[in-house]
Ligand binder design. Structure first.
Ligand code: NAD
Ligand code: LMR
Length: 337
C-alpha cells in the first residue's frame, strides 16, 4: 500500500461536502490503492454538524480512510495537504448571480490562500468550488505566492458535465459516447458552452457533434442558455444550490488532474490565462486542457467561429470586472493579483 496522502475539504459540514467526502474516501479520485487522511475544515458554529459527519465517515467503514481530522483551524486544516477542495463559502439564493457573493466570499479565499502558503505542500493541487469560483481561485493564489500558480484551478467541470449530458440526450447516445465539449470563461451565466469541437460516437462511427446534432440554431441558442442557466434552474427547483452533481464534478476535475486525460481527449478547467484565444491575461479563465504528469496544458490551435469569439469576449470582460471588484473589496495592493 502507498503512503497516505492528506486531502482537505473546506465547508466540510455543508451540503456539497456531504456527497464529496464519501466519493473521495472511497478512492474515486486518487485511486483504489491510495490511503487518505481527510482534513475537514469548517467554521466554529458548525462544529456539532462536523462531529456528525465524522461519525458517519467512521460508520461507512471505508478501507482507504486511515484518519479523519475535523478542525476549525486553517493551520491544522491545510497542514501538509497534497490536495485541497475549497468548497466552504456562501451559496447563492434564488434571483442572485454568483458574483453577488463576491464581497462575502472573497475574504475567505484570502485567508485560505495565506494558510495554504504557510502550511500546505508546495505541490498541492487546489480546486476552488465556492462561488464566484474563478475569482476566488485568483484571490487564493495571489495570497499563496510560494505555491506555483498552475496549482490553482476553479471548477467548470459541472458545466461541462451538464453540457455533455444535454448533447447526449439530443443525439440519443450514452454520456460516454460524447467527448470534448468545452466550457470557456467564467463559471457564471456568461460562460460559453461550446459543442463546436465535440465528438460523438453514433452506431460505432465517430462524428462531430455539429454534424450529429445538425441544428445550428439549437447549438447557438437553447443548448448554450440551458447550460448557462442550469445552476439557477436547480436552485429554483430545490431551493438550494446543486450539491450531488457539484460533488461529482469536483471528483471528476481532481481525478483527471491527478491521473491525466486520455490521448485526444480534453476537459475544461478554470486556470490562469496566458491570453490564449484572446482571453484577458491573469484571470482564471476556463479553457480546454490536456493533462499529463499532473500538469495541465491549454489545448491550442482550435478554430473558433465569430460567434464563439464574441462569446469569449463577453465572459472575459466579466472576469476582468470581477477581478477589479475583488481588488476593491480586499483593498489590496497584492502585486500579483
Ligand atoms: P453550504 O452552505 O451547504 O455549505 C458551505 C459550508 O461552508 C458551510 O458548512 C459553512 O459553514 C462553510 N464555511 C463557510 N465559511 C467557511 C470558512 N471560512 N472556512 C471553512 N468553511 C466555511 O453550501 P454548499 O451548497 O456546499 O456550496 C458551497 C459553495 O459551492 C457555494 O459558494 C456554492 O455557490 C458553490 N458551488 C459551486 C459550484 C461550481 O460549479 N463551481 C457548484 C455548486 C456550488
Ligand atoms: C451551480 O452551477 O450549480 C453552482 O454554481 C451553484 C449556483 O449558484 O448556481
Amino acid at each position: 500500500m502507498a503512503e497516505p496522502i492528506r486531502v482537505v475539504v473546506t465547508g466540510a459540514a455543508g451540503q456539497i461536502a456531504y456527497s464529496l467526502l464519501y466519493m473521495v474516501a472511497r478512492g474515486e479520485v486518487f485511486g483504489k490503492d491510495q490511503p487518505i487522511i481527510l482534513h475537514l475544515l469548517d467554521i466554529p458554529p458548525m462544529v456539532g454538524v462536523l462531529e456528525g459527519v465524522v461519525m458517519e465517515l467512521a460508520d461507512c467503514a471505508l478501507p482507504l480512510l486511515v484518519e479523519v481530522v475535523p478542525t476549525t483551524d486553517p493551520a491544522v486544516g491545510f497542514k501538509d495537504v497534497s490536495a485541497a477542495f475549497l468548497v466552504g463559502a456562501m451559496p447563492r439564493k434564488e434571483g442572485m448571480e454568483r458574483k453577488d457573493l463576491l464581497s462575502a466570499n472573497v475574504k475567505i479565499f484570502r485567508t485560505q490562500g495565506q494558510a495554504l502558503d504557510k502550511f500546505a505542500k508546495k505541490d498541492v493541487k487546489v480546486l476552488v468550488v465556492g462561488n464566484p469560483a474563478n475569482t476566488n481561485a485568483l484571490v487564493c493564489s495571489s495570497y499563496a505566492p510560494s505555491i506555483p500558480r498552475e496549482n490553482f484551478s476553479a471548477m467548470t467541470r459541472l458545466d461541462q458535465n451538464r453540457a455533455t449530458s444535454q448533447i447526449a440526450a439530443k443525439v440519443g447516445v450514452p454520456i460516454s459516447a460524447v467527448n470534448n465539449i468545452i466550457i470557456w470563461g467564467n463559471h457564471s451565466s456568461t460562460q460559453y458552452p461550446d459543442a463546436g469541437q465535440g465528438k460523438v460516437v453514433v452506431n460505432g462511427a465517430v462524428k462531430s457533434v455539429v454534424d450529429a446534432v445538425n441544428d445550428a440554431s439549437y447549438l447557438q441558442g437553447a443548448f448554450v442558455e440551458t447550460v448557462q442557466k442550469r445552476g439557477a434552474a436547480v436552485i429554483a427547483a430545490r431551493k438550494m444550490s446543486s450539491a450531488m452533481s457539484a460533488a461529482k464534478a469536483a471528483c471528476d476535475h481532481m481525478h483527471d488532474w491527478w491521473n491525466g486525460t486520455a490521448p485526444g481527449k480534453f476537459v475544461s478547467m478554470g486556470v490562469f490565462s496566458d491570453g490564449s484565444y484572446n482571453s484577458p491575461k491573469d484571470v482564471i479563465f476556463s479553457f480546454p486542457v490536456e493533462i499529463k504528469n499532473k500538469q495541465w496544458k491549454i489545448v491550442e490551435g482550435l478554430t473558433l467561429s465569430d460567434f464563439a469569439k464574441s462569446k469569449l469576449s463577453i465572459t472575459g470582460k466579466e472576469l476582468q470586472e470581477e477581478k477589479d471588484e475583488a481588488l476593491s473589496v480586499l483593498d489590496s495592493n497584492v502585486s500579483n493579483l
